[in-house]
Design a protein around this ligand. Structure first.
Ligand code: SD4
Length: 339
């Protein structure tokens, strides 16, 4: 256990190369050391927000598509395909870390302003789960398809089956197998889902989420990201929320749905994210997951106010609007990794 704790602490301090903590804080402008309180900001329309550094190129693509008159759903899909296709992004799509058996298994969902939604979970061999999720929404009577059924559906829709395990990810998996003796390692640097929320020019809210989930997970494990209400939720009358981090904790607390409900009751996006992170902390402070627990939320409301808040330090998100273009913001957080 102590080895793992040391590993997590080192990761939080930015001493491990593959750490998203490292990559995120290093790119985040001059404010890296001091978290920015992000609340009460009135965004213009359209407005795009997404998790982590890989959110920047995704936001840019989504923004371009919105400006070209594409629907928010098509724009979200186009944006999320960027990190899905990038082998350097080790937590989404092609190049994502595999599970314990060396299989890359993917989760994704998408939701529009009419509360229509689609999702895929435990999907293998298809590089763009966000697109399959969109097709589930648009071309089936269902919300979620999983595993072999999701793959068969994707193939029937013309998607191509391909190997998603890159040589680099395979090498990391083999190394992990040696050192960790097949135990799961769940912590921040293995948790870099991209979740995105969009307000279109008409003020309508949509969102999406795509991930390879927790690295080295058990085969068959599905996280929060494809689950409407956990990894993503929106109500066009109120706002939207999406998560990143340990999916088990977010599922246990219906995280994103709860953030939206708190906004419905009048909380700001920051207040709502903070309250749910506090709730997750309270439910987990004596739980076996606590030593490596990290969760973060992004949220927007109908006024275009936005926020990001996480349990522990190191979470950031990309925002894009007309006035300032695309940039990163550090989320405020409850506690450091040392606490
Ligand atoms: C999961 N929540 O599968 C996802 C992973 C993640 O940032 O969010 N990474 O548990």
């Amino acid at each position: 256990m102590s080895d793992r704790r040391d590993f997590i602490k080192k990761a939080a301090l930015g001493t491990i190369g593959i750490s998203s903590v490292l990559s995120c804080t290093s790119v985040t402008s001059a404010t890296a050391a001091v978290p920015v309180v992000s609340s009460g900001k009135k965004g213009s329309k359209p407005f795009v927000i997404s998790t982590w550094n890989h959110g920047l190129p995704a936001n840019d693509e989504t923004w371009k598509q919105l400006k070209n008159g594409k629907s928010a759903i098509d724009a979200i899909e186009a944006g999320m395909r960027i990190p899905e296709a990038d082998p350097k992004v080790r937590s989404v799509g092609y190049g994502g870390f595999p599970d314990r058996e060396g299989k890359v298994t993917l989760d994704a969902c998408i939701m529009d302003h009419n509360s229509d939604c689609g999702a895929v979970s435990f999907l293998q061999g298809i590089k763009h789960p966000i697109s399959v999720a969109k097709n589930v929404m648009q071309n089936t009577p269902h919300v979620m398809l999983s595993g072999e059924g999701a793959l068969q559906f994707a193939l029937s829709e013309g998607f191509k089956e391909e190997n998603l395990l890159t040589a680099e990810a395979e090498a990391d998996w083999k190394k992990w197998m040696e050192e960790s003796k097949y135990k799961p390692v769940i912590n921040m640097e293995n948790h870099d889902t991209i979740s995105m929320l969009v307000i279109d020019k008409d003020g309508n809210i949509s969102g999406g989420c795509t991930t390879s989930g927790a690295a080295w997970k058990m085969h068959g494990r599905v996280g929060d990201s494809p689950i409407i209400g956990a990894g993503l939720f929106l109500d066009n009358e109120v706002g939207g929320a999406a998560s990143t981090g340990l999916g088990e904790a977010v599922i246990r607390t219906a995280g994103s749905a709860m953030v939206v409900e708190l906004m419905r009751q009048g909380k700001s996006p920051l207040e709502a994210c903070k309250e749910i992170v506090e709730r997750i902390y309270n439910k987990h402070k004596n739980h076996r997951d606590m030593e490596y627990l990290q969760v973060g939320f992004i949220a927007i409301n109908k006024n275009g106010e936005h926020a990001g808040y996480s349990l522990r330090s190191g979470f950031n998100y990309a925002i894009t609007d007309e006035a300032e273009g695309s940039r990163m913001e550090d989320a405020t957080f409850k506690m450091s990794w040392e606490e």
